[in-house]
Write a protein of this length. Structure first.
Length: 205
């Protein structure tokens, strides 16, 4: 575990359990008056999420590495999954520090990671076809707390496993379509949290 070691990580990711919460808001013009309306979404169970990740970091101290992480997650709440809706997508671009420890001479490394950064959220076309809302891509943030182990197989290759928790929070805006209220501005502030599992390989550079 050298201070200036650099590594590239490639892995698959999954999210389990968790809930979706949010709040709708819309604006409807009645004559010369703009009426704001909203409705809360509370404690909706999530389906299992899945995706992948690329992670690069460099050791700046024997016990600290900093880098970046690019992630993709496919997600959906259970209510819409039961109705056959397509899955939504989120792309994360994160700053990803790791606080690490490895006993002298050990072929493994234990660490705590706190990836956090920006998220781009894209809702599936079923929101337009079945939900009558045409959403633009939205922006938000994400943060995770992870505990992991990195196992060195040789000088160049290794394996890693991470367990933890992750939160996504975002804002989407769009317009209604295919209804008598066609063209009404609609917004959705949402967030979902899940237990996170990441598995994959590492490559020393």
């Amino acid at each position: 575990m050298a201070q200036d070691d650099a590594s590239l990580w490639v892995g698959v990711s999954g999210g389990f359990a968790g809930e979706f919460n949010g709040e709708w808001d819309s604006q409807v013009r009645i004559g010369d008056i703009m009426v704001n309306a909203g409705d809360a979404i509370k404690d909706v169970d999530m389906e299992t999420s899945w995706g992948g990740m690329l992670h690069y970091d460099v050791g700046v101290h024997p016990n600290i590495a900093i880098g970046g992480r690019l992630g993709y997650t496919s997600f959906l709440d259970r209510d819409r999954a039961d109705e056959g809706w397509g899955r939504n997508s989120v792309v994360d671009l994160n700053f990803a520090p790791r606080f690490r420890f490895s006993p002298a001479g050990a072929a493994y490394e234990l660490y705590l990671g706190v990836p956090l950064g920006l998220s781009v959220v894209i809702f599936d076309e079923d929101w337009r076809r079945k939900g009558n809302v045409d959403f633009d891509p939205g922006l938000g943030f994400n943060v995770s707390g992870l505990a992991g182990v990195k196992l060195e197989l040789d000088e160049r290759f290794g394996l890693f496993a991470e367990l933890g928790w992750t939160l996504h929070s975002f804002r989407l805006e769009g317009q209604t379509s295919g209804t008598v209220f066609n063209g009404v501005d609609v917004g959705l502030d949402g967030d979902f949290n899940q237990f996170a599992v990441n598995l994959g390989g590492t490559f020393q550079l």
